[in-house]
Ligand binder design. Structure first.
Ligand code: TYD
Length: 136
């Protein structure tokens, strides 16, 4: 499975909308880190890596962008994110790129681990080797 879409509970009333993300049944892991990205030009490609262990839920809190996911076994998919009430849940060993940022795009990432460069695979050929179980 490349990804799952999580549909968050929205508390909405005449004042607007609110989503709360808390450890528990509604969320797939304990959140250890949150980061967010904005100000990327539409043609820029970010990501270009996979993670050995890290899991992430990605929320486009404003605007829109596209995620390209690849499991290294021939399964690739493009997902358009434009809804702050949805999360894109990506487990480990998935190559990801994101692009096509709208001017108002803000992407918030909730991560299962602290930042560790050793958890990144930043070279696509190394990723394919890792998927095949070959030593890097
Ligand atoms: P980078 O991995 O290039 O971002 P993206 O995957 O969106 O293309 O990260 C950009 C910089 O930010 C890089 O110097 C590493 C740093 N960084 C942290 O210090 N902590 C973090 O949690 C993240 C995600 C990145």
């Amino acid at each position: 499975m490349l990804y799952q879409i999580l549909n968050f509970k929205v508390h909405g009333d005449h004042r607007g909308q609110l989503v709360a993300l808390e450890k528990g049944e509604d969320f797939p892991f304990d959140i250890k880190r949150v980061y967010y990205i904005w100000g990327s030009e539409p043609h820029i490609t970010r990501g270009n890596h996979a993670h050995k262990h890290l899991e992430q839920v990605i929320v486009c809190t404003s605007g829109s962008c596209d995620f390209m996911l690849d499991d290294g076994r021939g399964h690739k998919e493009k997902i358009h994110l434009d809804n702050p009430a949805q999360g894109l849940y990506i487990k480990s060993n998935i190559w990801r790129q994101f692009t096509n940022f709208s001017r108002d795009c803000v992407v918030m990432v909730l991560a299962s681990e602290h930042y560790k460069e050793e958890d990144y695979i930043r070279n696509y050929d190394d990723f394919l080797k890792a998927v095949k179980g070959e030593r890097l």
